[in-house]
Design a protein around this ligand. Structure first.
Ligand SMILES: NC(=O)c1ccc[n+]([C@@H]2O[C@H](COP(=O)([O-])OP(=O)(O)OC[C@H]3O[C@@H](n4cnc5c(N)ncnc54)[C@H](O)[C@@H]3O)[C@@H](O)[C@H]2O)c1
Ligand SMILES: [Zn+2]
Length: 340
């Protein structure tokens, strides 16, 4: 299956096909210097498959985990490119999840004011969501994605075969972003989560999610309006992530998708639908209820970079397949958090 992201001269294809990683050389020009960025948790064979197709491929393996989305690792990759003589005609390829994609994408966006970037996502989260759309970034300490750019890839190659090695909890974690998109934009996809087996339907789930995201990004590439719907659950989700998420110190915390799953529940305005969403979470193994320190989460949310003039725009879901934007001040946000 192929989708095309239509963004004028920044347009690109998204290839979704089992085994597609083996055909990268047929889909893109690898006859140049290629920096292949992966992390220590991604099976090494995936980056090797890419290197085998390059004229001059260099694999850089960063430590797994969000901690690698930092200026130190970013700088190390840039230095490596300079050392290897990379010029503006060369290429960066990401082989990994959202961490590798965001990091390698930001390297590509900034090395010599920008070089070509290809994303080969290997987690459900990155195959469903983060590999398309052009948002690339690193973190500054606890401030997520605070240093970044919009830099569209030249090509995205989604090979669902790579998911066979992904730990179950990561597999399910990524589906939370698909549930999120289905709520605002694809009632049928939501019903698939209710009725069907997600393992058997994974390609359809990826395809439909990519289609939603593609359509949203095409309408609003740099998030001036409608792209905000992709943030459903994220204002509260990021707050929960700050307090309960996995970090270098807190290794038993929640993953990003799990936090988003929790963060979107209070945004659903239809009680019946909220019940159905909880049932889907239970079926998939996503958390439907987790106790967290609401004061701490609230305090974190007040520092959200999306606050403007004391108010923040959140996405609400009045019913399945519908959405509306709501501007809240600090008290309004607190009321939602407290379930009032
Ligand atoms: N750019 C965007 O639009 C966007 C959107 C959503 C999330 N994100 C970012 O994505 C990141 C989270 O991404 P993620 O959930 O993919 O996490 P991740 O990249 O950390 O991957 C999860 C874990 O799985 C391992 N892994 C990856 N592929 C594997 C495979 N095929 N087999 C076995 N193990 C594998 C990794 O080593 C890692 O330990 C966050 O930093 C978040 O901010 C970005
Ligand atoms: Zn997300």
């Amino acid at each position: 299956m192929k989708l095309t992201m239509r963004l004028g001269e920044r347009s690109y294809d998204i290839i979704l096909k089992r085994g597609a990683l083996h055909n990268l050389g047929l889909l893109a020009n690898l006859n140049r210097r290629v920096l292949i960025v992966t992390d220590s948790g991604v099976p090494a064979e995936y980056a090797e498959i890419v290197r085998a197709q390059c004229r001059e491929g260099h694999i850089e393996t960063v430590p797994q985990g969000e901690g690698s989305k930092c200026l130190k690792v970013y700088e190390k990759l840039l230095c490596r490119m300079l050392e290897l003589g990379f010029d503006r005609g060369d290429l960066v390829v990401a082989v990994g999840g959202g961490v590798v994609g965001d990091l390698a994408g930001f390297v590509a966006a900034t090395y010599m004011r920008g070089v070509d970037f290809i994303n080969c996502p290997t987690t459900t989260l990155s195959q469903i969501d983060s590999s398309i759309g052009g948002k690339v970034a690193v973190d500054l300490g606890a401030a997520k994605n605070i240093v970044g750019a919009f830099w569209q890839p030249r090509l995205v190659v989604v090979d669902p075969d790579t998911l066979s090695t992904l730990p179950r909890r990561h597999f399910i974690n990524g589906l939370a972003e698909a549930v999120k998109m289905s709520l605002t934009s694809d009632a049928e996809l939501f019903e698939m989560f209710e009725k069907l087996d997600v393992d058997a339907e994974i390609e359809t789930i990826i395809y439909r999610s990519l289609l939603i995201k593609k359509q949203v990004v095409e309408k609003d590439e740099t998030e001036k309006g409608m792209r905000a719907i992709l943030n459903l659950g994220h204002t509260l989700g990021h707050g929960i992530e700050a307090v309960k998420g996995i970090t270098g110190r807190r290794t038993n915390g929640l993953y990003h998708g799990e936090c988003v799953a929790l963060g979107l529940l209070p945004m659903i305005e239809d009680r019946q639908l909220a019940k159905r969403v909880r049932a889907v979470y239970r079926k998939l193994g996503l958390p439907a209820r987790v106790a967290y320190n609401k004061e701490k989460v609230w305090a974190y949310m007040l520092h959200d970079k999306k606050f403007r003039d004391g108010r923040i725009t959140v996405v609400k879901v009045p019913g399945l397949g519908c959405w509306r934007l709501d501007k809240l001040d600090a008290d309004g946000l607190n009321a939602i958090l407290m379930g009032k």
